[in-house]
Design a protein. Structure first.
Ligand SMILES: Nc1nc2c(ncn2[C@@H]2O[C@H](COP(=O)(O)OP(=O)(O)O)[C@@H](O)[C@H]2O)c(=O)[nH]1
Ligand code: SF4
Ligand SMILES: [Mg+2]
Lengths: 697, 409
């Protein structure tokens, strides 16, 4: 069984601003990002603790809060926290969770999707509470009270599906499986996988904020999966809530019938019952696929030191039992099932998972890489075909990560390996740079993912690192029409042999107040984007749908939107296809020699200004030498910008007498050491710090 | 010269060892702290100075047996801040301990604290060189630097010193002071040179940590213009040369007035300082002072109170000691000697350190010569004029990895 403290609390999407420099980035604790070191989450948790403590007081006398008592917290009770079966319920008839609990008609699988802060976490709490799945007070008391700083380090935060039992208005009991999803397009593949384990989704919209860009992107994903969407207009308790307007937006922007929306206040516990009824009434029950044996979709996984990979599955067909021989269809590997179970919200073991249900499975799988999300488990002896929709996860954004202190290389390597255990979408391979020394070329799902990985390396692993400019995968069609994928500017083939270069694009949704349309359009065109169409969201806001090159939104697109719109704009995107673009390689040369860390692939129209800016920044940080140093920016060998660091004319301590000698000698020794660590490019000695300064700027 | 250098057992005490010939005395008091100053000194207070004098005399007594000073240097702080009475006590003690009669005896003075009485007293006891901290002759700059004296005081004090009979005077000047323009520097230079001192020490402003000037620099309120600083140095070198001063060290210029032909250094060079650059031994007394005696470097506590307390108990006031391995010490000696225009005569270097420059530093010398920073002559190695502007670069090359011990008391 899971030990009580390796699970902190179910499916919390921990949200947090990463750094003041990246105000647009939100930390999402996705199952792939389990914190095995707690440091990163400490501030986040404090927020949760504070928030939940408040909630606790309120909930203490909530009418639906069943007092399941202290028993739930006793170690060794796999079912701790579970509401006792009610007499006459389906479960009671079957004698509890051990055996078949529900017929298919009484199972509902659903997710919650929302723009950040619209209330997903709060509503999830309410659902758990209202279904008696968790007696919040006791649950929290146990976990939160014991959370002194030292103990925190061992705790794991984990998001996972939760199984709830709900007695509907018709008197029947239903098994509701809430399958959590990460909330960011970077993880859209995982979101899709999670959604594909469901038949429906709750769409939460903040009544005071209205539809936001992330709402749009999420709804698109859900619609692609043909899910039943139940719109919930949340926070109706707020004085500036505007329910009619929000209804109108749902209809206008998302083509969701306005009258289908349920009004709720997750905070006040209003509308929860209606939501639960709608889940039962509107979301279709799962249907077996009709295949001859087991088909279980892997939609999530995490790594547990003792059990290996714990995979979250949804059973589409057949059943999954302990001891069964199973095959992962995509990898072709066979395993023996060690344990299956569900979450309530704590994990508890069950003898089997049956068709329509969700839960977890362990099978002594050593590496998370062996279980790709979207893969299908089937019966090894009588295999069924794979479930549709499996795709390899491909990193979309690349960047070099280097230790600032070269001595940290091994530490960085070990940390990356550890990180990858719970984030199989993160890939890396060693590379070395003249300017930055030994490091890794890393691939990420997107910018947020990149930022999370960097932040985790810094905070959890205490590493001082520097990342090179992010890059994307270009497709290069060679003269002989062979197509190469290039994710590292160093490997861009000689233009003489290149027929055309294609770059990845995104479809972006920008929602902003009307008065900023002009600014947004200017920004989009500055970023080489094309406006597809604009729609009015309501009388005050518009939504711009546009196509943009991915590489243009990597650096500061979101921040610019936020600052141009004074924080009122929001943006999200989906990956689009490739388009042919006039891309060139920009090199920065120091005394004629390229500085690899600054080579990049850019659009021709941007190359010169980028080159100029880089050269100017380098000029500021390259120390003067005894000779003049030329810094040039070159496009395909042609110099487009030049700066000169003039020769220094002296290097001498003005004044030095008897008492100063020892101190002065130590200074010189230090300087000498520093010079040994300098990189020599074009016989110019440049401290690594100089490159770092430029990359940081 | 063909002796394998390492077999010489460099600096092994040669019994019976000759007494040390150089004495530095630190007087840690100033009327007010200058904005750029990182020396250890505190605001004067008559009774503390008296205690200091007592302790200093005690310290002199402790080292006197090993001392036969050929040069003496009273630096600070502001030695001229001591009153007549205090000076008399020190001079009497030196007489009693047989420490008088140095060939060169310098006392630093602040132009605001020079009096004819004091000057005569010093002169009569054998002080024969006065170094005056002028820094600038531009009144606004003096204020900017936090100096306590005015430009007029410089001219008056200079006259006073001459009247007291001093014929070996040094002026300290600073350039590249924030706000100093080339015309201002030229005017200061012209007027200083017109005074006709025998010696000029002139150096670029140094931003020492923990000084108000450094804080201003860090707060980016000051501009550092390296090119202007270089131009100012060139102006200094040209003006000094045109008026008969010969550069003998990065920041030091002196006249050669005697009948003897010019040797390694002009005859009005400061011998006391030459001893530092050439790696010679010396005793340094007073709070914060450093001694370097037969290869062992010790530093006194930078606290007048502590210094007085320890000496009252008859103990030396060591804060730390450092002993370098012979090779590291030789590297250091090589590095700092290169600050002198005369560079290092090979035989003298061998005598001082026990190592042969041409063996251990052969590649470094060749590389510096290749860069046009130095000249390798038959008898010596010396930096060129350009090389002197890169003396730290050269010094770095000559240093050898630290080996030895450091400890604090
Ligand atoms: N007034 C009000 N605040 C709410 C309601 N639901 C959530 N919130 C608050 O909105 C903020 C974000 O909620 P959270 O559940 O974390 O949003 P998430 O980012 O979608 O998970 C929190 O401060 C909640 O307390 C509601 O119904 N009314
Ligand atoms: S007078 Fe000299 S020692 Fe005293 S504070 Fe000024 S510069 Fe420093
Ligand atoms: Mg949340």
């Amino acid at each position: 069984m899971f030990t009580p403290d390796n699970i902190y609390y179910p499916r919390y999407y921990v949200t947090k601003k990463l750094s003041p420099k990246a105000p647009s980035l939100i930390y999402v604790s996705h199952p792939h990002f389990v914190a095995d070191n707690f440091a990163l989450f400490r501030p986040v948790l404090r927020g949760i603790v504070a928030r939940r403590c408040l909630q606790r007081e309120r909930r203490a006398d909530a009418p639906t809060n069943r007092k399941t008592g202290k028993a739930l917290s006793r170690a060794g009770e796999g079912r701790g926290g579970l509401a006792l079966p009610r007499p006459g319920s389906a479960r009671a008839r079957d004698g509890g969770w051990g055996t078949r609990t529900m017929d298919l008609a009484h199972i509902r699988n659903f997710s919650i999707i929302a723009h950040i802060d619209h209330g997903k976490t709060t509503l999830s709490d309410q659902l758990l509470l209202r279904t008696g799945t968790v007696a919040t007070r006791n649950m929290e008391a146990q976990h939160l009270d014991s959370m002194d700083l030292e103990r925190e380090r061992g705790i794991t935060i984990k998001a996972h599906p939760v199984t709830m039992t709900y007695r509907a208005g018709n008197g029947e009991d239903y098994e509701l499986n809430l399958i959590d999803t990460p909330g960011h397009v970077d993880f859209s593949y995982e979101v899709s996988r999670s959604l594909s384990a469901c038949e429906g989704a709750l769409l939460i919209v903040d009544a005071a904020q209205g539809v936001e860009a992330q709402t749009v992107a999420n709804v698109h994903l859900a619609m692609k999966q043909n899910l039943t969407i139940i719109p919930v207009i949340n926070k109706i308790d707020l004085p500036h809530a505007n329910v009619p307007l929000t209804r109108q937006q749902l209809e206008d922007i998302l083509a969701i019938p306005a009258d289908s929306a349920i009004e709720a206040s997750a905070k006040e516990g209003i509308g929860i019952e209606s939501i639960l009824e709608a889940i039962v009434a509107r979301i279709p029950p799962p249907k077996p696929t009709g295949a001859i044996s087991l088909q279980a979709l892997c939609f999530d996984s995490y790594f547990d030191t003792y059990k290996g990979v714990v995979t979250h599955v949804r059973i589409f067909n057949g059943e999954l039992r302990r001891g069964m021989q199973v095959k992962l269809l995509n990898s072709g590997k066979n395993y023996e099932v060690k344990e299956v179970g569900s979450f309530n919200p704590k994990p508890y073991e069950r003898p089997q998972l049956e068709v329509g249900e969700t839960g977890y499975v362990t099978a002594n799988i050593k590496s998370p890489k062996d279980v790709r999300m979207g893969d299908t488990f089937t019966d090894a002896r009588v295999p069924s075909p794979p479930l549709p929709g499996y795709q390899e996860i491909h990193p979309m954004v690349f960047s070099g990560i280097y230790p600032i202190n070269t001595a940290d290389y091994e530490h960085l390597k070990a940390s990356m390996a550890k990180l990858q255990l719970n984030d199989s979408a993160f890939v890396y391979q060693p590379e070395s740079s003249v300017a930055l020394g030994f490091g890794f070329h890393c691939g990420f799902l997107g910018l947020l993912h990149l930022e999370i990985v960097q932040e985790r390396l810094r905070r959890e692993y205490n590493l001082d690192i520097i990342a090179t400019y992010p890059s994307v995968i270009y497709r290069v069609r060679m003269s002989d029409s062979l197509v190469k994928e290039i994710d590292n500017p160093a490997f861009l083939p000689d233009p003489a042999f290149v027929a055309e270069i294609m770059e990845p694009t995104v479809q972006a949704f920008i929602i902003c107040p009307n008065e900023y349309i002009g600014d947004m359009m200017a920004l989009v065109s500055e970023k080489r984007g094309l406006l597809d169409h604009t729609e009015t969201v309501d009388t005050k806001r518009v939504m711009l749908t546009c196509r943009l090159p991915l590489n243009e939104i990597l650096i500061d697109f979101h921040d610019r939107i936020k600052s141009l719109t004074r924080g009122y704009g929001s943006m999200d995107y989906e990956h689009g296809g490739y388009q042919v673009s006039d891309m060139v390689k920009l090199d920065i040369l120091v005394n004629g020699e390229p500085v690899d860390a600054f080579s990049c692939i850019v659009h021709r129209s941007k190359a010169e200004s980028r080159g100029r800016a880089l050269a100017a920044k380098l000029k500021e940080v390259i120390p003067r030498q005894q000779f003049a140093v030329a810094i040039q920016a070159a496009i395909g060998g042609k110099v487009v910008a030049r700066e000169t660091v003039s020769a220094f004319r002296k290097d001498v301590t003005a004044k030095c007498y008897g008492g100063d000698i020892s101190r002065k000698r130590k200074l010189l020794e230090k300087q000498k050491e520093g010079k040994k660590r300098m990189k020599s490019i074009g016989s110019v000695n440049i401290p690594q710090q100089a490159f770092i300064e430029v990359l940081k700027a | 010269m063909m002796v394998p250098a390492r077999s010489l057992r460099p600096n092994a005490p040669k019994p019976p060892s000759a007494p040390i010939g150089h004495l530095y005395i630190h007087v840690p008091f100033c009327a007010r702290k200058c904005h750029y100053c990182a020396f250890y000194s505190e605001t004067a207070n008559a009774s503390l100075i008296d205690q200091y004098v007592t302790a200093l005399i005690r310290e002199l007594e402790l080292v006197a047996p090993d001392l036969r000073p050929r040069t003496v240097y009273f630096g600070g702080g502001t030695p001229s801040l001591l009153n007549l009475r205090q000076w008399e006590r020190i001079l009497d003690a030196m007489g009693r301990l047989d420490l008088l009669g140095a060939d060169e005896w310098t006392v630093e003075t602040n132009p605001a604290t020079v009096s004819l009485d004091k000057a005569k007293l010093l002169e009569s006891h054998g002080v024969n060189r006065i170094s005056m901290g002028v820094q600038s002759l531009d009144q606004p700059l003096l204020e900017r630097l936090g100096r306590i004296h005015t430009r007029d005081m410089v001219f008056r004090s200079f006259d006073t010193l001459r009247r007291a009979g001093f014929d070996n005077l040094n002026l300290d000047l600073m350039f590249a002071i924030p706000g100093q323009t080339m015309p201002v520097w030229r005017a200061t230079l012209r007027e200083a040179i017109a005074l006709g001192s025998e010696h000029l020490s002139s150096y670029e402003v140094i931003y020492e940590e923990d000084t108000p000037l450094f804080q201003q620099l860090k707060a980016s309120r000051l501009d550092v213009d390296d090119d202007l600083a270089c131009d100012m140095f060139e102006e200094l070198a040209a003006q000094a040369a045109a008026h008969g001063y010969r550069q003998y060290e990065v920041a030091n210029f002196a006249k050669h007035l005697g009948p003897q032909p010019l040797g390694e250094v002009p005859d009005r060079a400061c011998r006391h300082n030459v001893n530092y650059w050439r790696g010679g031994s010396f005793y340094g007394l007073g709070p914060s002072a450093t001694s370097y005696v037969r290869g062992v470097r010790t530093k006194n506590w930078s606290s007048t109170h502590l210094y007085c307390q320890l000496l009252a108990k008859g103990q030396r006031a060591f804060e730390s000691t450092e002993t370098l391995s012979p090779m590291s010490r030789a590297g250091e000696t090589a590095a700092f000697g290169l600050r002198m225009n005369a560079g290092w005569p090979f035989d003298e270097f061998l005598r001082v350190t026990g190592f042969d420059l041409r063996v251990e530093w052969r590649n470094d010398m060749a590389e510096l010569e290749r860069q046009g920073l130095a000249k390798l002559r038959p008898d010596r190695f010396q930096l060129t004029d350009r090389g002197l502007r890169f003396a730290d670069l050269a010094a770095e090359r000559f240093l050898r990895p630290f080996m030895g011990s450091r400890s604090r008391f």
